[in-house]
Design a protein around this ligand. Structure first.
Ligand code: ADP
Length: 274
């Protein structure tokens, strides 16, 4: 068991005229090593939920445990939660600031007080995970890279913390098709390199979600409305559409990717063909 969320509620602006219950009685168990997709239209509560998983927000009610440790009762330090649970924000490349790629990715591990040797190992491994050659890129400025490459540097910065849980908030937003495919390919590869890592992918792209994840959670108005495999969730066409979301078309790139890494899974393609 990796993440256990029990009776989670969150209220913004409590005691003000702008009070908003953004999460209502969320109960969710996310297994270790699973790949979960979180979908729902704008305002459904996705960001509020993921910010609880890495300790950025404190629940108004309920609790969360990560790998058996309660992270919401104040017993675990925020720094330690953030190390366990890596959150890649939307447009993470806006937070790049160091003069070299190496320094940018090393920033988190340096703050952990690790040895130089360990820092270097982690930076090299994180760069490899996102498909950036260590020797070629380590001394380059992150600002000389393409949009997709910058985003990969930002993701590497989170991976260098070696989190047990990786949450990606809209990792393909604003990228061209090539940048998108490269990022998704690296995420899928990451699972083969680190089978124990739990990944939560928040996306507006029903295609990205349908084709990659093992399980989908659909949120609406602060509640979980659907929970199942992509096939189960998207089979429910009318219900998915009633929450303002489109049922996806499957692309050939994703078929090839899925076939390469996890064996051909014809299951979900029958949705598109049905
Ligand atoms: P999503 O990520 O699915 O777009 P959010 O978690 O950002 O949804 O928002 C859930 C609800 O909480 C929305 O109604 C949103 O307007 C409200 N909300 C989000 N952030 C704040 C905030 N800082 N103050 C007040 N209300 C907020």
């Amino acid at each position: 068991m990796s993440i256990v969320i029990e009776n989670l509620e969150y209220i913004y602006g409590e005691g003000t005229p702008f009070v908003k219950k953004a999460l209502k009685n969320i109960n969710l168990v996310i297994e270790k090593g699973s790949f979960l997709g979180l979908i729902g239209h704008t305002g459904s509560g996705k960001s509020t939920l993921i910010q609880h998983i890495n300790g950025l927000l404190k629940p108004s009610a309920g609790r969360i445990a990560v790998n058996g440790e309660c992270i919401t009762d104040g017993s675990v330090k925020l720094k330690s939660i953030r190390q366990k649970v890596g959150l890649v924000f939307q447009y993470p490349e806006h937070q790049l600031f160091e003069e070299t790629i190496y320094k940018d990715i090393a920033f988190g591990p340096i703050n952990l007080g690790l040895s130089e040797e360990e820092i270097s190992r982690r930076v090299a491994s994180a760069m490899e995970s996102v498909g950036l050659d260590f020797e070629k890129y380590r001394e380059k400025s992150p600002f000389d890279l393409s949009g997709g490459q910058k985003r990969r540097v930002a993701i590497a910065g989170v991976l260098a913390m070696e989190p047990e849980v990786l949450i990606l908030d809209e990792p393909t937003a604003g990228l061209d098709p090539r940048g998108r495919d490269e990022i998704l390919e690296k995420i899928v590869e990451l699972r083969t390199l680190k089978p124990d890592i739990t990944i939560v992918l928040v996306s507006h792209s029903m295609e990205d979600i349908a084709e990659l994840v093992d399980r989908i959670i659909l949120m609406n108005d602060g509640e979980i409305k659907l929970d199942g495999t992509p096939r189960e969730v998207f089979r429910n066409v009318e219900q998915v559409e009633s929450y303002g979301l489109a049922v996806p078309q499957i692309t050939y790139f994703m078929r090839a990717l899925k076939a390469k890494y996890s064996g051909i899974d014809d299951e979900i393609y029958t949705i598109a063909e049905a």
